[in-house]
Design a protein around this ligand. Structure first.
Ligand code: SAH
Length: 365
């Protein structure tokens, strides 16, 4: 931890010229090789450096045993070396879910969650500090967007968690704070580095990108030739209702969104996941289910029903367990694949953005 802090403080002091510095941990291997060659170093140094960062996850340049001191010095002087600092970790007594709060070099904080399933460990990461999408039920957006996360800051969330637990991470979901398609280039670089054989080499099929519905981003993503799963936060079955819950619907209408989803499936062959948070009396009625079935009919997809997670600042309430089951059954009548999301970590501020916000509030108090 100590080493870790030193690097961060060093980065903190360098904030003013941070933009001119090379963000070395965000460079995919070919670019890192170019950078190394540009420094007049031998090519094999790129491989060594990449391994220290992305395989061994060392939190300090000092730990890079086989690199010459002169190269480390050069990196210190001209690069940003991103390391996240673990601020807190809350462990759920119910299901072993671990929720982490990490500090970034500029003092911002992001949260990430480790969920243990029978099929392996899944890490949910944040893609932005804050969010500007304004979804009414979501805690992450309450204070707006602070900034985009870099590829290194996204990778580090996973590296720190897998090192902390000593367990392999097999699935990654981009469902923490932030809108991945609002930070498109960094997210794409991150996805390639994450699934690359030189790094953690996580299977693309085990990676899910969740979006509130930024239509141009979906079309762009469809062309990337990735085998990732696209999750779309739908939460309503009509444009009118969706607009009330999600301001993004003002920019991209619900039918336009579904068209983009059909295109994504045609291009990638990957079934779409629709996220649908059920809010009592708002979008959980029989008519909502019927409309939803008509809306997504014929599109190879999977619907994930999530009883809304109550957020202190909002007065949305969960439907009863029976209402949730009824909603599921109605969709199933149309042969739609539906699961009810098992709530994990409810006892540890499980919902997006809640931990970060509570922590900041405690610090202010
Ligand atoms: N911006 C992306 C990813 C982050 S949110 C997106 O919108 O998909 C991850 C998921 O959690 C989204 O489906 C979001 O709508 C949902 N979510 C946010 N707050 C919630 C809450 N209080 N209860 C239930 N689901 C919530």
């Amino acid at each position: 931890m100590k080493e870790n802090r030193t690097e961060n403080q060093e980065n903190g002091r360098q904030q003013t010229d941070a933009e001119q510095r090379t963000d070395i941990k965000s460079l995919p291997y070919p670019q890192l090789e170019q950078w190394i060659l540009g420094q007049g170093e031998k090519k094999f140094r790129a491989r060594q450096l990449y391994q220290w960062m992305h395989e061994k996850h060392v939190s300090s340049l000092d730990a890079m045993g086989n690199l010459p001191g002169s190269l480390k010095q050069k990196i210190r002087k001209t690069c940003v070396f991103t390391v996240l600092e673990q601020m807190t970790c809350q462990v759920s007594a119910q299901d072993g879910t671990r929720k982490y709060l990490f500090g970034l070099a500029d003092g911002n904080m992001v949260e990430s969650v480790l969920m243990r399933y029978h099929h392996g460990n899944s890490v949910c990461i944040s893609t932005q500090a804050g969010c500007r999408m304004g979804c009414r039920f979501c805690a992450s957006t309450l204070d707006g967007l602070v900034r985009n996360l870099t590829p290194a800051e996204m990778l580090e969330q996973i590296y720190r968690i897998s090192d902390d637990t000593g367990e392999r991470v097999s699935n990654v979901v981009l469902m923490g704070t932030g809108e991945p398609l609002d930070n498109y280039e960094n997210v794409l670089t991150f996805l390639r580095m994450l699934t690359d054989e030189d790094g953690l080499h996580i299977s693309q099929r085990n990676v899910t990108v969740s979006t509130c519905g930024i239509v141009p981003g979906i079309y762009k993503l469809a062309e990337e030739k990735l085998q990732i799963t696209l999750a779309v936060s739908l939460h309503a079955s009509s444009q009118e209702k969706r607009k009330k819950l999600m301001p993004v619907a003002n920019a991209y209408g619900i039918h336009e969104l579904i068209r983009a989803c059909r295109y994504y499936f045609e291009k990638t062959g990957r079934r779409i996941t629709f996220e649908y948070s059920l809010v009592a009396g708002v979008n959980d009625q029989a008519q909502d289910a019927e409309e939803l079935a008509a809306l997504i009919g014929g599109l190879p997809c999977h619907v994930n029903l999530i009883p809304v997670n109550p957020v202190k600042e909002r007065d949305f309430t969960q439907p009863t367990a029976k209402a949730v089951q009824d909603f599921q059954k109605r969709l199933e009548k149309y042969r739609i694949n539906v699961t009810i999301r098992r709530e994990m970590g409810r006892d540890i501020d499980g919902a997006c953005g809640q931990l970060r916000k509570r922590f900041a509030e405690r610090q202010d108090a």
